[in-house]
Design a protein around this ligand. Sequence first.
Ligand code: HEC
Length: 205
Amino acid sequence: MIAARIHVSLVLIAAFFLTGCGEHSMRNQPRYKDHGESAFFDDASAARRPVEGTVARGLLKEDEHLYTGKIEGKHAATYPFEITAQILARGRERFDIHCAVCHDATGYGLGMVVRRGFKQPPSLHEPRLRELPPGYFFDVITNGFGAMYSYAGQVKAHDRWAIAAYIQTLQLSQNTPVSMLAPEEVRELENPVAETHAQPQNAGH
Ligand code: HEC
């Protein structure tokens, strides 16, 4: 009985693989290479442009706030979606990857590329830049600014907002008045040494 069942299973498995092999011929069809030449189209290019007036699925960029950083033509003072701790963490990661090479990880503008001779950007902690709304940072990342080129090709819109939020976090980190802190944070500031000794949580457990 058991032997018969095993036998049936083996036949089924074999049938499965055989049909699989049969489909190979469908994979070997005539096709164009990316950006190859075509004898069929008038312009001899195999790569086709979208039909005029159409938008590919997923590429409709109707939302002015989300895609331009502006509301009615002015830099937005708000974010187009909620900024959570997770988004900030993503913004930090993206900033460290794309921006820190010039702006350095703290935003003062002394990244490695600058130390090797690229134009030094202004510090993100300058009073002028601290006053600017998040939509402005989104715009600079999207369109570039002076010697800095656009990052729209490498960084998707949602990540550009995450970076803008992280820039504002960096700015806060350097310019927070003590009056904005919670009482326990003030105590930590006043007593940093005692705090470090009181919390040996990195002791390797
Ligand atoms: C290759 C170096 C380089 C990289 C990488 C770079 N920047 Fe810049 N950035 C600059 C320079 C240089 C300027 C100043 C441009 C000028 O004044 O001509 C600048 C200016 C700025 C400004 C200030 C605009 C103003 O109003 O003065 C902001 C904000 C900014 N960058 C954000 C970013 C962000 C965010 C990223 C990452 C997505 C980034 N930059 C990546 C070099 C860089």
